[in-house]
Design a protein around this ligand. Structure first.
Ligand code: TXA
Ligand code: MG
Length: 319
């Protein structure tokens, strides 16, 4: 990426515009965290409810104290282990953080992205960037510039194209309460990796039901393609009941044979969950562009990154 492109994006952000940025997880819809009008236009563009707070992206550890305060030791430990990287920490916010970012709450979500373009841009703007995933609310998160264009069409803002995202699934969101560390959203860093970095401290999982309003992003329906998506451990059984329908299949490493299958994508023939996560959203975009009636998506192994993949597919299937 040429630095004139980054300078152009930095200038637009300084002028209060919204810009699409690449990160290692998914593309983000970014604005200056200190410009309330700019941040509001993120919500407008996405059609995102104002009660769902945004993640603040920072360029270095030094900036963390500009954004958050009273940071627990466990949070510092996780940050020093995983940043820059796909870990978002929910912390007590500094007074200067705008209500529009935190949905009026007193916590702020923060991460340092691991992408050279995002980091160079943050360096050049001088202010942190609020950025949700660059998709209309409830649609599939984009992992390429092309998918951002597919998602927004003519409404797409200026896009810094950083190529395909390396992780392909959003950051893991972690919060801190007096009784311990909580996982708010499964993501590109597994629970096991977090626990190992904390020398075995147990990380508790917040359920969908108990999430609201702590992390509205955990509410069930999300990531929905236009086709009806069925998330199932038994694709074969569902294939028996799809007469007359155009069916797409999304699997981990199994190849299915059935006359109803119009399109089939296998995410990792060798059975590698990292590879599967990396290709997941792109596969959903691809299947959703085929005009299918039904997408049958396999339930992935309930371990490691399989938990994040199943979380996204489960929510894509929710009515
Ligand atoms: O990988 C990522 O995290 C991407 C890239 C662009 O950085 N961003 C992303 O943002 O996925 P978004 O807005 O799609 O998801 C942010 C998640 C939501 O589940 C939201 O509810 C949660 O973080 N969140 C944000 N602020 C929070 C807060 N103060 N307390 C609890 N949860 C929060
Ligand atoms: Mg999102």
């Amino acid at each position: 990426m040429s630095s004139p492109e980054i300078s152009k994006a930095a200038k637009m952000l300084q002028q209060g515009e919204v810009v699409v940025i690449p990160t290692e997880t998914v593309y983000g819809l970014a604005a200056n965290i200190y410009d309330a009008t700019a941040v509001r236009s993120i919500f407008e563009l996405k059609g995102r409810p104002s009660n769902n707070p945004l993640i603040v992206h920072i360029k270095s550890f030094e900036v963390l104290s500009e954004v958050a305060k009273n940071i627990p030791d466990t949070a510092l430990k996780l940050a020093s282990h995983f940043w820059p990287g796909p870990l978002t920490l929910v912390l007590e916010k500094q007074d200067t953080i705008l209500d529009v970012i935190t949905a009026g709450g007193n916590t702020v979500a923060v991460r340092m992205p691991n992408h050279p373009i995002a980091l160079n841009l943050l360096q050049e703007t001088g202010f942190p960037l609020a950025a949700p995933s660059a998709n209309p609310s409830n649609y599939i998160s984009p992992t390429s510039a092309e998918n951002v264009r597919k998602a927004f069409g003519e409404r797409a803002p200026f896009i810094l194209d950083g190529g395909p995202c390396q992780k392909g699934i959003e950051s893991t969101v972690v919060g801190f309460k007096s009784d311990g560390v909580y996982l708010y959203r499964h993501g590109a860093i597994t629970k096991e990796a977090l626990e190992a970095a904390l020398d075995g401290v147990e990380i508790k999982t917040i359920t969908h039901e108990s999430a609201s309003p702590a992390s509205p992003g955990m509410l069930l329906k999300h990531y929905s393609p236009r086709a009806k998506l069925i998330h199932t451990a038994d694709v074969k059984q569902h294939l028996l009941n799809v007469q007359g329908k155009q069916v797409g299949v999304l699997s981990f490493n199994t190849h299915y044979t059935h006359p109803a299958i119009a399109h089939q994508l296998i995410l990792s023939p060798s059975g590698n969950l990292e590879e599967a996560a990396q290709g997941l959203f792109n596969a959903l975009y691809e299947l959703d562009s085929k005009g299918l009636d039904i997408i049958l998506a396999e339930v992935f192994p309930e371990e490691g990154l399989g938990l994040a993949i199943n979380d996204r597919l489960g929510r894509a299937a929710a009515e």
